[in-house]
Design a binder for this molecule. Structure first.
Ligand code: PGA
Length: 245
């Protein structure tokens, strides 16, 4: 299992230069971390087929059921069929724009793990919580509420700290801010999740990561990698970020 990650979250975008060219460029990757690409559903198989074999495939979401009358949903086993090894769950855009609550995220997490997918579990406070100094309580609660969904037998779970105020805003958390939150997150994992995850879960940072701020984040952030949105749409920027891992 890799313990350092650069994950490209394309969201509902395509890289401007096109999927095939983007994926081909990933062959030039440097750095010691695993490269993972999370495209929209229709491109999962393209990433699986066209990216270098070392590149992992992630879905951006999954259903909390394996099959049935759930129009518009995609199940974890379907994602596996398309070559996905990872699934992003609990992203703040899912929580806020699509009203996903903790109970739903917990069900998705359990089913994803049962299906053999590695969840990339996203947590993070909003601006209001940060202004009131409540960021540690928010992430600790987010970790606690899904604890029951994490089976003792689970393989790897990746945790991504993504403060909502930093996502897509160009205003990233600084390395020291991230380090403080990573310590809080590891402590909460130790309190609520099976013991092996407190030690071993890679903790990533996401929120306006760019090649320009990566030195500070990797130098003092104490993170195991990055979940990258906007900057990941340009393969050169994504590779520059991955190169520091
Ligand atoms: P951003 O997005 O890098 O564009 O801030 C990160 C994310 O939402 O995962």
């Amino acid at each position: 299992m890799p313990n350092r990650y650069a994950i490209a979250n394309w969201k509902m975008n395509l890289p401007p230069e096109g999927v095939e060219k983007y994926l081909g460029a990933l062959g030039d990757a440097k750095g010691g971390g695993a490269l993972v690409v999370a495209p929209p559903f229709p491109f999962l198989k393209d990433v699986y087929m066209q990216a270098p074999k070392s590149v992992g495939v992630a879905a951006q979401n999954c259903a909390d059921h394996q099959a049935g009358a759930f129009t518009g949903e995609v199940s974890p086993s379907m994602l596996r069929y398309c070559g996905a090894r990872y699934v992003i769950l609990g992203h703040s855009e899912r929580r806020n724009l699509f009203r996903e609550d903790d109970a739903l995220i917990a069900r998705k997490l359990a089913l994803a793990i049962e299906t053999g997918l590695t969840p990339v579990f996203c947590i993070g406070e909003d601006q209001n919580a940060r202004d009131r100094g409540k960021q540690s309580i928010v992430v600790s609660d987010q970790i606690k509420v899904v604890a029951g969904a994490v089976p003792l037998t689970a393989g790897e779970i990746v945790v991504a700290y993504e403060p909502i105020w930093a996502i897509g805003t160009g205003r990233n958390a600084t390395g020291p801010m991230v380090a403080e939150m990573v310590a809080e997150i590891r402590a909460a994992l130790g309190r609520f999740w099976p013991p092996q995850f407190a030690q071993n879960a890679p903790v990533l940072y996401g929120g306006s990561v760019t090649p320009e701020n990566i030195d500070d984040l990797i130098g003092s952030g104490n993170v195991d990698g990055f979940l990258v949105g906007g900057a990941s749409l340009d393969s050169r920027k994504f590779l520059a970020i991955a190169a520091v891992l």
